[in-house]
Write a protein that binds this ligand. Structure first.
Ligand SMILES: Nc1ncnc2c1ncn2[C@@H]1O[C@H](COP(=O)(O)OP(=O)(O)OP(=O)(O)O)[C@@H](O)[C@H]1O
Length: 352
C-alpha cells in the first residue's frame, strides 16, 4: 500500500496542509525540532498505531488550538482507501467513511516504524523484543491484539491472587490456552523472520540466529503440557515472589551471532544494521502474509551507519519497492535517492 496524500490539521507543530507524497522513497530533512518526527507520528496514527509510545493521542493536538486535531490520508495500492482520524481527547477513526478500530487501519495500510530507540532491539531488555514480536504479530494475525489484551488481564488477575496469598488455580486454564495461542503466533513470525532475513543479508554484518525463549522455560513440542509443567515447577517461587513466572509476558527473543549473544559480538553500528535488517525482514513477512506492501517509517535512519552501511541500506530500500518515509537532521545525504522534503517550523515543502 502507499499513502498518496495526507491532510494535517492542528497536529503537533505541523502546519495545516495537504501533501501529496511520492509513492517510493520520501526523505524528510530539517533542523532539530522542525517537525520531522511529527510527520512520522501522523503517519503512525493513520496507519493504525496511534501516537508514538510515551504519548497519548490527546498530546498530539496542537497547543493552544481550538478544538482537536484531525488527520486524513488517501491510500492506494492493493486497494483504495480513505482514512480519517479526529482527535478530541480520544481518537475517533473512520475507514472509507465508516467508524472503525485501530486494527482495521493496521490491516488496511500495514506500517512498520524504526525509531532511534529501536537500537535497543539487539541490546535492550527482553520487553523491547517482546514489543517487536507483538507489533509484528498484530500485523500478521488480526486477533492478536485482542488475545494479548485478554492475556494481560488474566495475568494481572493471577498477580493479584498471588499478592493475596490465594490459590491461582482458577486462572491457570485460561492463561494456558491464551499462552499457547500467543506462543504459536510468536513462533510462526520468528520462523518467517528467519526466512526473510536471508533477503536482507547484505544489511547484516554477520549472520544472526533467532529463537524464542519461552517465559517459564520448556523446550518440548507440547506448549500446553509445558505451560502446566512449568507452573507446577515454579509454583513455590511464584508464591514467594508474588509474580506470575510462566507465560508469554516473560518471553524473550534470543538474538545470537556465531554462537554468542549478538550484543557481545556486534559493534554499535553493526547492531543498528542488524536491527534494520530485522525490521526489513518483518516488513517482508507482513507483505507475504497480508498480500499488501507495507509502508516504512524511519527516524534518524542513517545515523551511526558508515558509508558502506548507508549504501547497502539505500540498495535494500530501493529493492524493496515499498513506500518509505525517512527523517534525518543531516542536510547533505548524497547517498539518498528519492524525493526530498524540507521541514521547517512545521511547514513541509518538496525540494526539487
Ligand atoms: N502538541 C504540540 N503542539 C505544538 N507543538 C508541539 C506539540 N508537541 C510537540 N511540539 C513541537 O514539535 C517540535 C518537535 O518536533 P519533532 O520532534 O518532529 O522534531 P524533529 O524535526 O524530529 O527534530 P529532531 O531532529 O531533533 O528529532 C518541537 O518544537 C515541539 O515543541
Amino acid at each position: 500500500m502507499r499513502i498518496a496524500q495526507t491532510r494535517f490539521r492542528n497536529f503537533r507543530n505541523l502546519e495545516n496542509a495537504l501533501i501529496g507524497w511520492d509513492s517510493g522513497l520520501n526523505l524528510l530533512t530539517g533542523v532539530n525540532g522542525a517537525g520531522k518526527t511529527n510527520v512520522l507520528e501522523a503517519l503512525h496514527v493513520v496507519t493504525g498505531w496511534g501516537a508514538f509510545s510515551g504519548s497519548k493521542c490527546s498530546d498530539t493536538v496542537k497547543w493552544h488550538s481550538e478544538g482537536g486535531a484531525s488527520l486524513a490520508a488517501q491510500a492506494t495500492g492493493e486497494r483504495e482507501a480513505v482514512i480519517e482520524a479526529v482527535i478530541v481527547g480520544r481518537a475517533s477513526l473512520r475507514l472509507d467513511s465508516k467508524l472503525c478500530r485501530w486494527g482495521d487501519l493496521r490491516s488496511c495500510v500495514p506500517s512498520l516504524t524504526f525509531l532511534p530507540s529501536d537500537m535497543a532491539l539487539i541490546e535492550g531488555a527482553p520487553s523491547v523484543r517482546r514489543r517487536f514480536l507483538d507489533l509484528l504479530c498484530a500485523l500478521c494475525f488480526p486477533l492478536y491484539a485482542y488475545k494479548l489484551s485478554e492475556y494481560r488481564k488474566i495475568t494481572q488477575h493471577r498477580r493479584h491472587l498471588l499478592g493475596l496469598g490465594h490459590s491461582t488455580r482458577v486462572t491457570e486454564e485460561t492463561m494456558a490456552n491464551l499462552s499457547v495461542w500467543i506462543w504459536e503466533c510468536r513462533l510462526e513470525v520468528i520462523a518467517a523472520l528467519r526466512v526473510h532475513l536471508e533477503k536482507w543479508c547484505d544489511l547484516l554484518p554477520r549472520k544472526i540466529d533467532l529463537n524464542l525463549k519461552r517465559g517459564g522455560g520448556g523446550n518440548a513440542d507440547g506448549l500446553l503440557e509445558d505451560f502446566h509443567r512449568s507452573c507446577a515447577i515454579l509454583a513455590e517461587r511464584e508464591r514467594a515472589s508474588g509474580l506470575p513466572l510462566v507465560g508469554p509476558h516473560r518471553d524473550d527473543l534470543i538474538i545470537g551471532c556465531e554462537g554468542r549473544p549478538a550484543p557481545e559480538v556486534l559493534s554499535r553500528g553493526q547492531r543498528r544494521r542488524a536491527a534494520l535488517a530485522l525490521v526489513m525482514a518483518a516488513a517482508s513477512a507482513v507483505e507475504r502474509r497480508n498480500r499488501a506492501s507495507p509502508v516504512l517509517l524511519f527516524d534518524e535512519v542513517a545515523s551511526e551507519l558508515d558509508e558502506a552501511g548507508r549504501t547497502v541500506l539505500m540498495e535494500c530500500l530501493q529493492r524493496s519497492r515499498w513506500q518509505v518515509f525517512a527523517a534525518t537532521a543531516e542536510s547533505t545525504l548524497p547517498w539518498f535517492q528519492g524525493t526530498r522534503w524540507r521541514v521547517s517550523a512545521g511547514k513541509i515543502q518538496r525540494c526539487d
